[in-house]
Design a protein. Structure first.
Length: 424
């Protein structure tokens, strides 16, 4: 039987942990211990607000699983940052390889760099990640769950089968659009047919180098600031984009939208609704703003393009690639086949999947976020037209959503706003 838990003390300790302040004496180690997970899950049965209670239970369960494999994950992080891959100018860290692949115009050099990374990952990273996964699974079984992912789904109230089915549905609905977009993007960015792509080519395809000259360099933050000003929203500070051109603009918009949604929650809300809650509610607003890079009206008004026709075509391919990647990862939560390779349209290497067993509910969260972003986009277009990004009423609508924080239900919002919004 689970021991009783002082919810007020737990909330206080959780808030201190999340904001970087030391929790009260004696509670730092108890935040994520198995008794806390059991007690918070047991409290779901009598919770007045189950959504808030689930947020706390998920926080405890995720922390418990993370602690179970903490040493191995720390070793994996060290290896990801260590120069162990033979790069064009000397050894580079595995986490730097995608940027090098995106910048490398020569297909043979991309293939060589990818092969070197895969060898390094298989030889050095597989062990720590597999051991971390093993420890997480053991910790979940000790709490009566069949797997770590099942434990998280149980406490969070996430239907993994439904998420996988949604992922497969998105892959099916966007198959034709992706076949055309991949063909155009491959020819424009790499000079090859779509069916000639390999996994080593995907980072460069996502960078859309053929369209980098269409946008002012390093203008992502300025575009974000201008968009928020049009919407009547406060500026969101975000990390500097890692990619140039179109990909950098998308990254700045995505980070800014997610940041605003997180910071916009009412200060009157308890920690579980203000700082925790369904991650999809934050991510969706990042994906909503990211989608502006494919809006001709936004490119003219904010980015200053005179002829926006080619950039949206490239941007649509980049955004669709991200959406299909999310759908493939969600579809892989249950069932057979190889939906991740299907999503990209290339054979996805096993070495790049080593961390998938540690992803928890992230694939389901991201797909839900992208579905909500599509519903928000459809609603805003219907209510405010294709220039919704320049209407302060749209900004007020978004701010009202942010104020509710984790008390909102992403699924209910999708059903209310636009349940049939196109995944593409």
């Amino acid at each position: 039987m689970a021991r009783p838990i002082d919810l007020d003390a737990y909330r206080d300790a959780a808030e201190r942990y999340l904001t970087g302040a030391p929790p009260p004496s004696g509670l730092a180690d108890e935040l994520f211990d198995p008794d806390a997970v059991r007690a918070l899950e047991a409290a779901l049965a009598t919770a007045g607000d189950r959504r808030r209670a689930r947020a706390l239970a998920r926080f405890a369960a995720e922390g418990h699983l993370r602690a179970a494999g903490a040493a191995e994950l720390a070793e994996a992080e060290r290896l990801l940052a260590e120069p162990i891959v033979d790069g064009p100018s000397g050894p580079v860290a595995p986490r730097e390889v995608d940027a090098l692949l995106a910048a490398e115009p020569d297909a043979e050099r991309r293939a060589d760099l990818q092969a070197a990374r895969l060898r390094a990952l298989g030889a050095r990273l597989a062990g720590p990640l597999e051991e971390a996964a093993t420890r997480r699974e053991a910790a979940a079984r000790a709490l009566g769950a069949a797997s770590a992912r099942e434990l998280l789904a149980r406490v969070a109230g996430v239907d993994l089968a439904a998420a996988a089915a949604d992922g497969r549905r998105w892959l099916e609905r966007t198959a034709d659009a992706w076949a055309l977009a991949r063909e155009i993007a491959a020819l424009e960015s790499l000079g090859v047919r779509g069916d000639e792509l390999t996994a080593a080519d995907i980072p460069r395809l996502a960078r859309a180098p053929a369209r980098e000259a269409d946008l002012p360099p390093d203008g992502g933050h300025a575009a974000l600031a201008a968009t928020l000003d049009l919407l009547g929203l406060p500026y969101a500070r975000a990390v500097a984009p890692r990619a140039p051109g179109l990909a950098g603009y998308a990254e700045a918009l995505r980070a800014g939208g997610a940041s605003l949604a997180r910071l916009g929650a009412s200060t009157r809300l308890p920690v579980e609704a203000r700082l925790l809650g369904d991650p999809a509610l934050r991510w969706a607003h990042g994906f909503l703003l990211e989608g502006l890079v494919a809006e001709p009206a936004w490119l003219v008004r904010v980015a200053g393009l005179a002829d926006p026709e080619p950039p949206p075509r490239a941007a649509e391919a980049v955004l669709l690639l991200g959406r299909r990647a999310a759908a493939g990862r969600a579809a892989a939560l249950e069932g057979g086949g190889d939906p991740v390779s299907e999503a990209f349209g290339v054979q996805w290497p096993e070495e790049l999947r080593l961390a998938e067993p540690l992803a928890g509910l992230a694939p389901a969260d991201e797909l839900r976020a992208r579905r909500l972003a599509a519903a928000l986009r459809a609603h805003l277009r219907e209510a405010h037209g294709v220039r919704w990004f320049a209407d302060p009423r749209a900004g007020s609508f978004l701010r009202e959503l942010w104020l509710e924080g984790g008390d909102l239900d992403a699924g209910a919002l999708i059903a209310e706003l636009a349940p049939d919004a196109d995944a593409a």
